[in-house]
Design a protein around this ligand. Structure first.
Ligand SMILES: *Cc1c(COP(=O)(O)O)cnc(C)c1O
Length: 346
């Protein structure tokens, strides 16, 4: 097994800390499918309260949170409005078309943030020729667009446009807690205008497994049904939910450290000849940068930095890379990453 000491490839690269492992070891468990696992129940109550929703459901992955939400909101032949950079479009194995048999219609925003006017423009007229517009999704923060945080004004603009057209609203909150810490706006306030949303436990919150979907009681009852159908209903899942309870209690406020590291990394990268990065726009834990101007091809670049134990992830554009900070990045990790990059482009 290779462990990269400065693994900036993703915030999924965290490993449970000794204290989290202790919480896992001590977890009180029961049969989750019978709703008798006290630790799963506790995690669901905590997340529902945090997000200001009536109910919550623990699921194995964030992908399943999106899948089940799309499935509940949409019928075959419906259409989802979302940005072309979002996770379900690119990384869920065609989930919306495969499971919900829904079409997708895209905004193409440089930040991943769009407006109510964009929704107005993309909603289909009610006519049998067209897919039926049904759902508007936003992603907060926007992963592939450098971890952008949706401003509340934009959220209100988009969700009120959706409501005007009678569309449902869903927020992919894989990194919602990063948005909360970066903006200082409470999670419940950000979640309020949405019919459904979720948080990922296995990203910056540092858990090994899981996501928690939230919404109204009626929505979560339907989600239970599909959790069984999609094979996501578990048994003594308190073993993994315990990590989530621990994370909600200990790992939210500390996301600010990750954000400071991302800012420092972006600022440092901006000073390196040939590297293009918009350091001013870095608000959370993701930095997207372009190495075209260095003249070093990406495979060579990645190879060179990895020799120093530093890892980034390649994005779709051939000269673009992503760095994601998280709780396993050591205190001197940014310095080490910058030193490795300087040497790689020399
Ligand atoms: C990681 C991620 C997901 C999927 O979560 P998994 O837990 O990996 O299935 C969905 N949306 C966004 C924005 C993500 O970053």
């Amino acid at each position: 097994m290779t462990i990269y000491p400065v693994d900036l490839s993703s915030d999924t690269q965290t490993r449970p800390t000794p204290a989290m492992r202790q919480a896992i070891a001590n977890a009180v468990v029961g049969d989750e499918q019978k709703r008798e696992d006290p630790t799963v129940n506790r995690l669901q109550e905590m997340t529902a309260e945090l997000c200001g929703k009536e109910a919550a459901l623990f699921l194995p992955t964030g992908t399943m949170c999106n899948l089940i939400a799309h499935f509940i909101h949409c019928r075959a032949g419906d259409e989802i409005i979302l940005d072309v950079s979002y996770h379900p479009v690119n990384f869920e194995g065609a989930g919306p078309s495969l499971h919900s048999r829904a079409a997708m219609r895209f905004t193409n925003s440089p930040t991943g943030i769009f407006s109510g006017a964009d929704v107005d423009a993309l909603v289909r007229p009610k006519d049998p020729h067209f897919p039926t517009s049904r759902l508007v999704c936003i992603e907060n923060t926007v992963n592939l667009r450098g971890g952008r945080v949706w401003p509340m004004a934009a959220i209100r603009d988009v969700t009120s446009a959706a409501r005007r057209h009678g569309l449902a609203t869903h927020m992919d909150g894989a990194r919602l807690m990063n948005a909360v810490v970066a903006s200082g706006v409470k999670a419940a306030e950000i979640c309020a205008p949405f019919d459904s949303t979720w948080i990922d436990l296995s990203k910056g919150l540092g858990c090994p497994v899981g996501g928690v979907l939230v919404g109204s009681k009626a929505f979560i009852e339907q989600a239970w049904r599909w959790k069984h159908s999609f094979g996501g209903a578990m048994r003594q899942a308190g073993i993994i939910a315990a990590a989530g309870v621990y994370a909600l209690e200990h790992n939210i406020e500390r996301l600010a450290e990750d954000h400071a590291k991302a800012k420092a990394l972006a600022t440092g990268l901006a000073d390196i000849r040939g590297i293009e990065v918009d350091a001013a726009s870095v608000e959370s834990n993701i930095v997207v940068f372009d190495i075209a101007g260095t003249g070093v091809d990406r495979a060579t670049f990645l190879d060179r930095v990895i020799r120093h134990g530093v890892r980034f992830s390649p994005l779709m554009k051939a000269t673009e890379l992503r760095a994601v900070t998280h709780l396993d990045i050591p205190a001197d990790g940014v310095e080490r990453a910058l030193a490795a990059v300087r040497e790689a482009v020399m």
